[in-house]
Design a protein around this ligand. Structure first.
Ligand SMILES: [Zn+2]
Length: 252
């Protein structure tokens, strides 16, 4: 008989309030979302620290159209299996990873902190968005942020992604699954060719100085897996932002 994994749930008090009941007096941070008066068009006005959302000149996401082909440094994913914590923070499902997984680019190592999901994909290629995207967020020792975007298209059920989609937490919930180890490298496509450009966080405070690496090859996920996420969030992608003269490099 198959042993049922033990799932430990924790409610995130402040975030649950934000996600489930909207603006509450006890909230330490303003409510922001993807629709209406708290939607992306208003992020810049919601809090003093959010100005970059409205006034930044190098914002993400972008539509990747014109590129400059170059021999870019290889992305060396030195990811190791680790026990994830799945968090539904009211804006997305985030998978926080323990220390030990690194991305090395041009000799510079950045630690994988978490990855999370958007639908549809935030970044577009030639004006087209994918069904979803996963953002793998890394921090360098210098405090710099590097995000690897993995586009997701419908296809067959993806075995490595399956345990995550089987345990999606509800809004305001955080969970761990006994015995579950995730090797994030198994979540990536085979080919590591990428687009590279300077951008920002795609959520408030929209901080700039983020190094974006969008993998050219998407991964395929089953329709049921995509649907499971869309039952929680059916649209959590920021609108496309102007390029403002930025150059998009493409690996050869
Ligand atoms: Zn993201």
């Amino acid at each position: 008989m198959k042993h049922q994994p033990l799932i430990r749930h924790t409610a995130l008090a402040a975030l649950a309030l934000c996600a489930v009941t909207g603006v509450g007096a006890q909230e330490a941070h303003p409510h922001w979302g993807y629709k209406g008066q708290h939607g992306a068009a208003h992020w810049g006005e919601l809090e003093a620290g959010f100005e970059a959302c409205a006034r930044g000149a190098a914002q993400s996401p972008i539509d990747i159209r014109k590129t400059v082909k170059e021999a870019l440094p290889a992305l060396e994913f030195q990811y190791t299996p680790g026990a994830p914590t799945l968090i539904n923070n009211g804006h997305t499902v985030q998978v926080s990873m323990p220390a030990g997984s690194k991305l090395v680019v041009n000799g510079k190592a950045m630690e994988l902190q978490q990855f999370h999901l958007h639908t549809p994909s935030e970044e577009a290629i030639g004006g087209k968005r994918a069904a979803m995207v996963a953002h793998f967020v890394h921090k360098g020792e210098d405090g710099g942020t590097g995000v690897v975007a993995v586009l997701i298209q419908p296809g067959k059920t993806h075995a490595a992604w399956a345990p995550i989609f089987a345990h999606l937490p509800r809004p305001g919930e955080k969970l761990t699954v006994d015995g579950l180890a995730v090797d994030a490298s198994a979540l990536l496509p085979a080919s590591k060719g990428y687009y590279s450009f300077a951008g920002s966080l795609t959520t408030p405070p929209c901080s700039e100085g983020v190094q974006w690496m969008v993998l050219k090859e998407p991964v395929k996920l089953g329709a049921q897996q995509i649907k499971a996420f869309r039952q929680l969030y059916n649209a959590n992608a920021r609108p496309l932002q102007p390029l403002n003269g930025r150059v998009v490099k493409e690996s050869t």
